[in-house]
Design a protein around this ligand. Structure first.
Ligand SMILES: [Ca+2]
Ligand SMILES: [Ca+2]
Ligand SMILES: [Ca+2]
Length: 451
């Protein structure tokens, strides 16, 4: 099936951002499990590290925004202020807790004012380790017969390895990229079709490619996230040399980088994309606005008539050349983050509210290879609609039938992964051999593939 505008022509992957974080407190096993149930191909754990070197799923090392830690008197003395990636943050930090202590905390909804329904699930779920997430994925694969991927993100790698300190002021010096590969190898979960690693920082990805993964004899696809790469600011700061800051870590890219490259457009040039592809990356993960630019509205708009004007953005109607240039460099493109609530939506150039499904379909039409969404059901629906819109024209029905048959023999269920009709729970087409026979007959009679 070479029908989509993706790099390989296959359907784009639906990535459950922090699980199904539109419906459950993020980065909990329940959030990931629901994401898989709703049709995510891949689930996304962000990773930080505990005092005793265990990777756990949190979007940042400060635990106060997504757990009950601030209300736990036994941990009151762990509150502190640290400089994280150039910003002063006061909170309770993962690296100052053992895993056993972390396991006494409960997860909470990050944005209860926007997602009040999610807050109903506060204080029900624990914080999962990477190992537990892999175990869940394995269970769900066995249960559903679908292949599920994970796309872990290393959070604050420079902070954890070079710049950060524990509560007592001693250096943390934990290499979370190495811990990640060690954990994956230990779990025997190193299939490059199912595990992809992402980071906003460049340095840890380059090191993963050139050192950590090759030493472990694994080679997983790497995604360079775009939209703020703190390691550039660190490594180009001569004042941080004593902490190991070293701009030569980027030498092999052959690019003219500087501190400002962390925030300007240096990393989205065609030359930069080609350099990343050559040295380490298989994909980029840009902010969605890098593909479909928006302008800020002078006056917010009430899109759903509930009396609250929460739409602040309007699409210009342009499409940048980023997807095209990334594909030309051999890089896939997986933008972030699609969310359904009004405050995350945009007006179309004509002034209508663009629905979450329309937004996903527009990105799919442009050719993204996957996308991060808090609402995997909406993402799955959009991919399915794109399939149907294509009317299966030009599809390789023999290949589809062959895959469906293989899946049936393996699992007892007729399905084809990654395509709309293929959801084993909702499959309408059950006899793929008959489908293939019919399209073959039609093709022989008319020269057209159709059912
Ligand atoms: Ca993430
Ligand atoms: Ca690579
Ligand atoms: Ca509104």
């Amino acid at each position: 099936m070479n029908d989509f505008n993706t790099l390989d022509g296959n359907a784009p992957e639906v990535i459950g951002h922090r699980g199904a974080s539109g419906y459950r407190p993020e980065h909990t096993l329940e959030s990931y499990r629901l994401a898989i149930e709703l049709g995510a191909d891949v689930v996304e754990p962000d990773l930080v590290v505990t005092r005793n070197g265990v990777l756990i799923a949190r979007h940042e090392n400060d635990l106060s925004g997504t757990t009950d830690v601030s209300e736990r008197p036994e941990f009151a003395d762990r509150e502190t202020t640290k400089e994280i990636d150039g910003q002063e943050i006061t909170g309770w930090f993962a690296e100052d807790f053992t895993l056993a202590e972390i396991k006494t905390l409960y997860a909470r909804e990050r944005i209860p004012e926007i997602r009040p329904d999610n807050a109903e699930y506060d204080d029900l779920y624990r914080i999962p380790t990477l190992d537990e997430i892999i175990e869940l994925v394995r269970q769900e694969e066995a249960r559903t017969g679908r292949e599920i991927g994970i796309i872990p993100e290393t959070k604050h790698p420079t902070f954890f390895l070079q710049e950060g300190t524990y509560l007592d002021g001693t250096a943390i010096q934990q290499d979370t990229s190495r811990l990640l590969i060690d954990a994956l190898v230990r779990a025997e979960f190193t299939d490059p079709d199912r595990v992809t690693i992402q980071s906003f920082e460049l340095g840890n990805l380059i090191k993963l490619q050139q050192e950590i993964m090759s030493e472990a004899d694994v080679d997983l696809p790497l995604v360079q996230l775009l939209g703020g790469s703190y390691d550039l600011a660190f490594n180009f700061d001569p004042g941080k040399a004593s902490l190991g800051a070293d701009p030569s870590v980027y030498d092999e890219l052959g690019l003219d980088l500087s501190m400002e490259s962390a925030v300007n457009e240096d990393l989205v040039s065609a030359e930069a994309l080609q350099a990343m592809a050559r040295v380490y990356a298989e994909a980029i993960g840009p902010y969605k606005d890098y593909i479909r630019p928006v302008v800020e509205l002078e006056t917010p708009v009430d899109g759903n008539g509930d009396g609250r004007a929460e739409i602040t953005r309007k699409l210009t109607g342009e499409t940048t050349s980023l997807v095209e240039e990334a594909h030309a460099a051999g890089l896939e493109v997986v933008p972030y983050t699609l969310r359904r609530e009004e405050s995350f939506l945009s007006l179309t150039p004509e002034g209508k509210v663009e629905t979450p499904t329309e937004e996903a379909r527009a990105l799919i039409e442009i050719g993204v290879d996957g996308f991060f969404t808090d609402n995997p059901d909406i993402g799955r629906g959009a991919v399915n609609q794109e399939f149907e819109a294509r009317n299966w024209e030009g599809a390789d029905w023999n290949a589809i039938a062959a895959e469906a048959t293989r899946n049936f023999e393996r699992t007892g269920t007729w399905y084809v992964s990654g395509i709309g009709l293929g959801d084993p729970d909702r499959a309408e087409v059950t006899d793929w051999n008959a489908v293939a026979a019919q399209v073959e007959a039609n093709y022989a009679a008319t020269g057209q593939w159709f059912v």
